[in-house]
Design a binder for this molecule. Sequence first.
Ligand SMILES: [Ca+2]
Length: 260
Amino acid sequence: MVVLCLACAHRPSSPGCSAGETLCWDFEEGRLPAGWTPHRDEFSGRLVVDDTRAHGGRYSLHASQLVGGREGEQGGPKKTVRFELPGDFGPVLWGRVFVYTTPARPASHAGLFNARYPRPGSDDGAFQALDWYEVATYQEKYMALWHPPEPPGFPEWVQVSDTPLVLDQWVCLEWLFDAANGEAPEAAEPRVWLDGVELAWPRKFVFSDPPTDTPPKREKARSFTVLETGVFLYQGLSVPTDWWLDDLAVGGQRVGCSPR
Ligand SMILES: [Ca+2]
């Protein structure tokens, strides 16, 4: 009992979201955490903090019953929230989130997290003026991207893994968006880990409409300014699908999947 009471005094106690990380959200407020605001809301479904499933504690961010549009056609359900980073965050963003997906793997591009920054030499901080990195799934596999400002968000650099989206269990997704990249002329390609194992990218290509073979120049960053999470389908989704996101964290150094 003594041990239990000592532990009770130390909130937050959610595993994987302990002190020392730059920014961390365990959703244990039971509602949208301070600083996060609703952003996209297209087609059917809801994005809410609720207690239907949690990785840690009681609550998580739940994208519930997303559906709308048709596979192979542009336009799909998008339910997201956004967060303005502190001004001194910097140009290197490590992140981590636990994700649970059910009941089926979408074929369409399903974004889960992105981070954005002003273009070189630009002071325009408007959301639609920002370069951005993204972690997503596509054709039932994990995917990572670099985009110019959205709209239109392309030509975009696309990396598709050979690792199928994991269903019906929690997984830890980690990413590194290195938009400083030392002395290299461009920002680094995104890197992603699944439960601590770095994903490989057997398919890399440029997507644009109309098509092009010329890859975008991945512009370097002074500092990331905005985060967006939730679920955003760029093509249709005919199977109502649920995602839960919990213990989201970002920082200038690797956060990892384990509690400290
Ligand atoms: Ca939680």
